[in-house]
Design a protein around this ligand. Sequence first.
Ligand code: SAM
Ligand code: SF4
Ligand code: SF4
Length: 336
Amino acid sequence: MAKVKDRLKRPLRDLRISVIDRCNFRCQYCMPAEIYGPDFVFLPKSELLSYEEIERLAQIFVELGVEKIRLTGGEPLLRKDLPYLVKLLSRIEHLKDIGLTTNGVLLPKYAKELQAAGLKRVNISLDSLKDELFGQINGRNVGVGPVLKGIKAAQEAGLGVKINMVVKKGLNDSEIIPMAQYCKDNHLQLRYIEFMDVGSSNGWKMDDVVTKKEIYDILREHYSLVPVDPDYYGEVAKRYRHQGTDIDVGFITSVSESFCSSCTRSRLSADGKIYTCLFNGNGHDLRDFMRSGVNDRQLAERICEVWNGRDDRYSDLRTAETVANRKKIEMSYIGG
Ligand code: SAM
Ligand code: SF4
Ligand code: SF4
């Protein structure tokens, strides 16, 4: 396998695995309820990779250089027995980090079990601290209480916790400071995410984006922030630290300051397709290829071929024309 790895033209360090495309929320920027209504057809179970299939592919990705795996969805904690998958992945030699991105609602039930299985960290999505606004954003009228309980459960279980806040102009930009203060008071790293044009159902417009610069300027009026050097090549978040603390604030600047040239991330969908960019329209099948009886080396060769064939720079090239005309996968399908 080492020889296949040597042929990769660019390092492949980071893998996101979506384990399910369903969700218990309908966040308006991700799964608008008008589109993901009661008749929406999600993937049937037979289409999903089994945990053993995910383990096998993850092992091969790690042999090709992946050091970090993040489980995502839809809502990953809706997939039955997720701690078992974490346990399988935690046995993979040379895999340095396993994380999970979740809306947090099911963490009180699973946080301890996930930590015991080998999970290191969770990113929990929370876009507002106001019940009414949060209920409107998540499309299910769920107040912030269940998410705050999930955050507490994750901290008590000893997991590293980061909070993801998608900021959309006129919707929740008034929550930039309350969220910063809540995270500072509770020793949580907050990451502000620029609203993105993932998929084609969330009605994205450039005018809806609150850029990192705008958020930073608002924060600077309230806090002293010191820039922090990236921890590793390709780190996506630009980080600052509240002066005199070890609490960071991060920005995911996918729209205003794209980072395609250092992108080392691949994504695996719940039905076993590999995507080399969040904004791809079509993935490359690994599931049926694997089910046809090929060996690990053949799978590694396929992954290498797909990765070497990539020339993705979507965020570098984003224009009104690409936003409107390009076929893209939905965020809930590929998991961010
Ligand atoms: N359900 C889980 C959750 O919400 O954390 C995991 C999947 S969700 C698709 C992953 C991340 O993508 C979340 O932090 C969510 O806020 C973010 N996200 C969804 N739609 C987005 C958009 N249009 N722009 C930016 N981030 C988005
Ligand atoms: Fe579900 Fe996460 Fe998308 Fe919200 S952001 S609808 S919680 S997948
Ligand atoms: Fe990577 Fe595509 Fe995002 Fe650029 S737009 S950073 S290539 S995922």
